[in-house]
Design a protein around this ligand. Structure first.
Ligand code: HEC
Length: 259
C-alpha cells in the first residue's frame, strides 16, 4: 500500500520539475499552413522559384548551401527550372577550378554540375566577417532546427522593437523567436527588396514564405516522392484489408458453429 504513495509522490515531483524547468522559457513557434504539409502535400513550383531568387539575391551573401548543385534546380520535385535556365543560372557564377597544366588555379563560369558557390572560403572567414557569429550553411537547416519551416519563417518575421528595459549589445538584434530573444543577424528582409521575375508583389511576408519553401525543398528534395509513396501504401493497405476481411468471412461461413 505505502508503495503506491511512494510512486505517486515521485510522479508528482517529476511533474513539478518538468513544468518548472523544461517549459519555463520555451518560445511558442506559430504553426503555418504550408502547401507541403500532410500526406498529400506538394511544393508550390512558383514559390520554389521565387524562393531561390530570394536566397541568391539576399541570403547567399552570407549563408552558403554547400550540398546543392545548380543542376538540382532543374530536377523534378524541385523548382524545375528549364535546362536552359539552369545553364544560365550556373554561368552567372565564377567558379575556382584547377590546377591547370602549369599547376595554377583558375576561374571559369559555373556549370550545372558545380556546387553552389559559397560566399566565404571557410567557416572562420564567415564568422569573422559577421561579428563573431557564423551564418549557418542552409543546405539542411530546415531539418536541423526544431520547428523546421515554421521556425525559419518565424525568425524571418520575428524582428520587433525590444521591450524598453531590454539590453542589446552592438551588432545584436531583438527577435521574438530566437533563444534569449537575441540574434546576430540584422533583419535580412524588407518590402520590395527583390523584384520578382514573375511579377509577384514582394512583401516581407511573401519573401519569407517563398525562401522558407525553397529551404525546405533543399533539406528534403524527395518530400513529394515520399508523400506520393505514402499515399499509395495507405490505399494499398485499405484495399488489402477489405479483401482479407471478406475472404475471411467467406472461409469461416463454411464452418457450422454446431460442429
Ligand atoms: C549579412 C549577413 C546575413 C544575411 C544577408 C542573411 N543572414 Fe541569416 N544569419 C546571419 C548570421 C551571422 C547568423 C547567425 C546569427 C546568430 O547566431 O545569432 C544568421 C542566422 C540565421 C538564422 C538562424 C539560424 C539558426 O541557427 O537557428 C536563420 C533562420 C537565417 N539566418 C536565415 C536567413 C535568410 C532566410 C536570409 C535571407 C533572406 C538570411 N538569413 C540572410 C547572417 C546573415
Amino acid at each position: 500500500m505505502c508503495n503506491f504513495k511512494g510512486i505517486f509522490s515521485s510522479f508528482l515531483i517529476l511533474f513539478f520539475i518538468h513544468t518548472n524547468f523544461s517549459n519555463a522559457e520555451e518560445i511558442k513557434i506559430p504553426k503555418y499552413d504550408w502547401t507541403f504539409k500532410g500526406i498529400t502535400g506538394t511544393f508550390d513550383r512558383s514559390a520554389l522559384q521565387r524562393g531561390y531568387q530570394v536566397y541568391t539575391e539576399v541570403c547567399a551573401s552570407c549563408h552558403s548551401m554547400n550540398l546543392l548543385s545548380y543542376r538540382n534546380l532543374g530536377e523534378k520535385g524541385g523548382p524545375e527550372f528549364s535546362v536552359e535556365q539552369v545553364k544560365a543560372i550556373a554561368a552567372n557564377f565564377e567558379v575556382t577550378d584547377g590546377p591547370n597544366s602549369d599547376g595554377e588555379m583558375f576561374t571559369r563560369p559555373g556549370r550545372p554540375s558545380d556546387r553552389f558557390v559559397s560566399p566565404y572560403p571557410n567557416i572562420e572567414a564567415a564568422t569573422a566577417a559577421n561579428g563573431g557569429a557564423y551564418p549557418p550553411d542552409m543546405s539542411v537547416l530546415v531539418k536541423a532546427r526544431k520547428g523546421g519551416a515554421d521556425y525559419i519563417y518565424a525568425v524571418l518575421m520575428g524582428y520587433t522593437e525590444p521591450p524598453a528595459d531590454f539590453q542589446l549589445e552592438d551588432g545584436v538584434y531583438y527577435n521574438k523567436y530566437m533563444d534569449g530573444n537575441k540574434i546576430k543577424m540584422s533583419n535580412p528582409l524588407a518590402d520590395d527588396l527583390v523584384s520578382y521575375a514573375d511579377g509577384t508583389n514582394a512583401t516581407q511576408a511573401q519573401m519569407a514564405k517563398d525562401v522558407t519553401t525553397f529551404l525546405t525543398w533543399a533539406a528534403e528534395p524527395h518530400l513529394e516522392t515520399r508523400h506520393k509513396l505514402g499515399f499509395k501504401v495507405v490505399i494499398f493497405l485499405i484495399i488489402l484489408s477489405t479483401l482479407v476481411y471478406f475472404s475471411m468471412r467467406k472461409l469461416w461461413s463454411r464452418i457450422d458453429p454446431k460442429d
